[in-house]
Write a protein that binds this ligand. Sequence first.
Ligand code: SOE
Length: 376
Amino acid sequence: MKNLNIGMIGYGFMGKAHTNAYCQAPRFFQNEYRPVLKALCARNQEKAQGFADNWGYESVETDWRELLKRDDIDAVDICVPNNLHKEIAIEAAKAGKMILCEKPLAMNVAEGEEMCAAVEKAGVANMVWYNYRRVPAVTLAKQLIDEGRLGRIFHYRAFFLQDWTINADVPQGGAATWRLDAEAAGSGVTGDLLAHCIDTAMWLNGGIKDVSAVTETFVKQRKHAETGEAAPVKIDDACSFLCHFENGSLGLFESTRYARGHKALNTLEINGEHASIAWDLHDLHRLEYFDHRDDSIVRGWRSIHVSDGDQPYMDHWWVPGLQIGYEHSFTHQVADFLKSLETGEAAHPNFRDALQTQKVCDAVLSSAGERAWKSV
Ligand code: SOE
């Protein structure tokens, strides 16, 4: 076995999800490479040390530039707010490190282009954490589509609905609420939530040609979490868009943080000539499937419990009938990344794939701003 020494930058919610995946992947998947939790990097020494001790990182750095200088780090995981992705990724590529970057790739397309150029010039392995592709039911959807079971696709529909920012007292900025601060996040629900839907959509249904979007910012002013000063809110609180896919199908996407009662309703439905599929993150181990070719007397939506060994990834887990959860999508992503190092075939989504998602996001935001259709 070869060690793959990980240097993790950041320790928030995603820092935990990724670290857990590095721990689990080699236990459940047989690969030549095994991640080693070499260093955890964050500005606050005490908090960084606490995280490192809890998860088993061997050392701590408080300056990411020092982390990049270390010869004992093979791969850097960028788990910090979006405005820091570009600089760290470019410097990491120059230092010859592999890069696993949290989504969205960048603040905008221009930054994403620079990041792609840097990793491609350096020839370093790279990947972006769009994890929902690797929920087994979603991977199964991909398999069914690629097998042609749906026939010609007419419609793709996706929603990502939350409700955690309805209260106008929720601040913007700071460690917990940087997603509401345009300076740190770049955009609101478009980059944070719709980007997931777009990544999955293009993986399942191909490229998006053009978009027509509306956005809204319902709470116009919020206090800053650190300074307490009230300032205009510059992110999109909600965004809906229509699109044409390159395969001729129509897309409908909606995302908001103002859908009272929905915490993370991430859904997709695809309607084809012969069959339809639907998936819902709240019931993530199920894939709903309707096939018009079934005998009419038994025809109807079937709910496939994706837990059998011949379904994607499931032969690595428990026994048929026992389901897995959200965190496993990250473990699968690490396992696939490790496999890619073995085979030499790029892991996806890589920076270039994620740049395409960024292009759709930018087109969505500019369409909403200009109230016009925009090609991607
Ligand atoms: C926001 O609440 C968030 O945590 C996103 O940042 C994640 O990417 C998404 O998977 C769940 O929701």
